[in-house]
Design a protein around this ligand. Structure first.
Ligand code: SF4
Length: 718
């Protein structure tokens, strides 16, 4: 009889980062329960986390897992099984010859917030240090880059100042552009418990949909999609007009007040209400609560970030915290929630094309020199690489010739799918490193690399509150599957043979701890300094950064001395003029299409889609519409509709939902091409993101996944 073991690890879904205890017998995961000692969840798990064993065990997923490397010499051939030596030699040869012929920027890496920090660090080193390119970007670009840009320009550092304890002691919680009841469920349960204990706590939700989070709120402002900046400027205007500001604090700790005050003069309650489609008295109530509450906290996520003005939305919200001095104290602060389990780890290791490891700056020669010296090489590339959407455009037009995709599914998740698919077709070599063999992106692979999955690999992740937790292996990966860091290391070493000038670049490691130790050293003296931590300390207790040498635990809250990370210690009040979304509502495209999450599915469903129980909440794909809009178009629940715009056309089953604003259509983000009815030519059915706008925020380069205009008509079938 097999012994049942229990292994402490971390959930692989959302950015709450709940601790789990994995039960395993033999080489099968048999159960999961919440870790009662983990400070992110204290034993709680949501429906996704509590069913991890149903989606991650090799027994259930065996037929979908990649067990061996696979390759083909030509696109029209079928992929054949191969061994690691063969694919390693082939990849090294193709990458080296392409770099020699077309330069380092002809190689692109598209990585993922699902990777562990150690994986992220090594891919970053491989791209920038060995190949010599900044063409490495993460799918975190789709969820967090506006939050990064907003924190950096306003507070001087990409560092969320808050922690989960702030939910327990806030007096006002403003949830804007987020639905934590579905997207961060364990955190939302904590908020519910705090409200129960402290009935004086107020919760306000700003969202075009009356979500489950909005349903429970004291006040819900159902704004017109995309008007968040106007709303936040309107709140600033009211605070200034009413004297609900902390002038002494502003003078001591910020710059830019006069310019900001002048910039919001025109955002009167009446004007703002007309732009945002809300009541002036609700704006007034929110401004008053926000200022007068002893502690005001804001929680935000993709509704602010996934926008062509995502950075402005982030900074406008931070402005509100700064003029009311609602920051740096328990229960206060602008708290950006991360979507993926290790979006934060990617930011720490600099695994986006515009960042450098340890929160350093690519544009800063001293920062580049410091990293190059630590890595034993002469220089690092100084030009920022392509960001996610731009990277696929660079592939499509031939500037990037080899694309190495790691642990993500861009053939489902990126906007404007027809262009993404065209890029994958156009690439000279597509390498896909994946646990599962059947994602939409795998179909375009010339080389498939079998990766270990959750429950099979070791390392660390960092959650929304800057807390680093250990991820541990409970079982071994199937067949020849390997941890992502191992794959980067092996293929990197094979490439290195051809670049003698890079011989001192360390790419061989005993294991993830050695990689993490190197990453840790590169944080020394930086705002995220973790030189006081070790794997041994993290085994005992997950810790927040920063935790410099000499400290025994991390810092729970930032800016408690009101010194910000800009050189003068002051935060910046940023002018954020409102600009409408890039897609326009017209008589031909009168509906705004927005995407979001349903409760029990995760991203593209490569894991949760294998769990039948996950479909019991929402069994089928659907498109939501307000009942008044349905009535005006003679539609009933269950009717098929045809939606289209310049990017494509699709069919969806429509259902009415009075929780939407009229004029808004809402589509869960999870459905891939296998769930979508498109035209028979196969060009238009690429899943939810076919029609979605690729418009980008000019600073963060994050795409506008929440605002796409479409036409809609009823589809009659013979
Ligand atoms: Fe996992 Fe997030 Fe659910 Fe926690 S809240 S169990 S991290 S999905």
């Amino acid at each position: 009889m097999s012994v049942i073991t229990e292994t402490r690890s971390t959930c692989c879904y959302c950015g709450v980062g709940c601790g789990v205890l994995i039960s395993a017998s033999g080489n099968q995961i048999t159960g999961v329960r919440g870790d009662p000692d983990h400070p992110a969840n204290f034993g709680r798990l949501c429906s996704k986390g509590s069913q991890l064993h149903l989606t991650s065990t090799p027994l259930i997923q065996a037929h979908r897992r990649l067990h061996t490397p696979m390759l083909r010499q030509h696109r029209n051939e079928t992929l054949q099984h191969a061994d690691w030596n063969t694919v390693t030699a082939l990849m090294a040869s193709r990458i080296v010859s392409t770099v020699r012929q077309y330069g380092p920027d002809s190689i692109g890496f598209y990585v993922s917030g699902q990777l562990l920090t150690e994986d992220y660090y090594l891919f970053n080193k491989l791209a920038r240090g060995l190949i010599g390119t900044n063409q490495i970007d993460s799918n975190s670009r789709l969820c967090m880059s506006s939050a990064v840009a907003g924190y950096k320009q306003s507070l001087g550092s990409d560092a969320p100042p808050c922690n989960y304890e702030d939910l327990d002691c806030a007096d006002l919680v403003l949830i804007i552009g987020a639905n934590p009841a579905y997207a961060h469920p364990v955190l939302y349960r904590r908020l519910e418990a705090a409200r129960h204990k402290r009935p004086q706590m107020k919760v306000v939700v700003v969202d075009p949909r009356r979500t489950d989070s909005a349903q429970d709120a004291d006040l819900h402002l159902a704004i017109k999609p995309g008007t968040d900046v106007a709303l936040l400027n309107g709140l600033l205007h009211i605070c200034l007009w009413e004297g609900w500001i902390r002038q002494d604090w502003i003078d001591a700790h910020t710059t830019g007040f006069t310019e900001l005050r002048n910039s919001v003069r025109s955002y009167t309650p009446e004007y703002t209400a007309s732009v945002c489609g809300v009541k002036p008295e609700d704006l007034h109530q929110l401004a008053e609560w926000f200022y007068k509450a002893p502690a005001s906290l804001s929680l935000y996520c993709q509704g602010l970030n996934q926008s062509s003005s995502g950075t402005a939305k982030n900074s406008a919200l931070i402005n509100l915290h700064l003029i009311t001095a609602q920051i740096g104290r328990p229960g206060t602060g602008p708290f950006s929630l991360t979507g993926q389990p290790n979006a934060m780890g990617g930011r720490e290791t600099g695994s986006m094309s515009t960042l450098l490891c340890g929160h350093r700056d690519i544009q800063n020669p001293a920062d580049r020199a410091e990293v190059a010296a630590a890595w034993g090489i002469d220089t690092l590339p100084d030009q920022a690489g392509s960001t996610a959407v731009d990277m696929f455009e660079a592939v499509r037009n031939g500037r990037i010739r080899i694309l190495w995709i790691v642990c993500t599914n861009p053939a489902q998740s990126l906007p404007a799918q027809a262009q993404v698919r065209a890029a994958l077709e156009a690439a000279e070599l597509v390498i896909v490193q994946e646990a599962f063999a059947d994602t939409a992106t795998c179909r375009y692979a010339d080389i498939l690399l079998p990766a270990a999955s959750w429950g099979e690999k070791e390392g660390t992740v960092t959650n929304s509150e800057r807390r680093i937790s250990r991820v541990r292996a409970a079982i071994s990966p199937p067949g020849m599957a390997k941890p992502d860091w191992w794959i980067a290391s092996q293929i990197g070493q094979a490439i290195q043979q051809h670049f003698p000038l890079k011989k001192n670049l360390k790419l061989s490691y005993e294991g993830p701890q050695q990689i993490w130790n190197e990453h840790r050293e590169l944080t020394r003296g930086q705002d995220l300094d973790i030189t006081g931590l070790s794997y041994a300390m993290l085994e005992q207790h997950p810790q927040q950064w920063p935790c410099p040498t000499g400290q025994t635990s991390g810092k729970p809250r930032l800016y408690t001395d009101f010194r910000f990370q800009h050189a003068d210690g002051k935060a910046r009040l940023i002018e954020t003029p409102y600009q409408s979304a890039q897609d326009k509502v017209t008589p031909r495209t009168p509906f705004i299409l927005s995407t979001g999450r349903i409760r029990d599915q995760w991203h593209g469903m490569s894991r949760t889609g294998a769990n039948n129980a996950a479909f019991s909440h929402q069994p089928q794909p659907f498109l939501e519409m307000h009942p008044a809009d349905m009535q005006s178009r003679l539609l009933q629940d269950g009717d098929m509709v045809h939606i289209s715009n310049q990017r494509g056309q699709q069919y969806w089953r429509i259902i009415g939902n009075p929780a939407l604003r009229p004029g808004l259509l809402w589509l869960p983000m999870h459905w891939g091409e296998e769930y979508v009815w498109g035209y028979e030519d196969g060009q238009t059915a690429y899943g939810v993101n076919t029609l979605v706008s690729p418009a980008l925020d000019p600073q963060s380069r994050q795409p506008e996944l929440k605002y796409t205009t479409v036409s809609l008509r009823k589809q009659e079938f013979p």
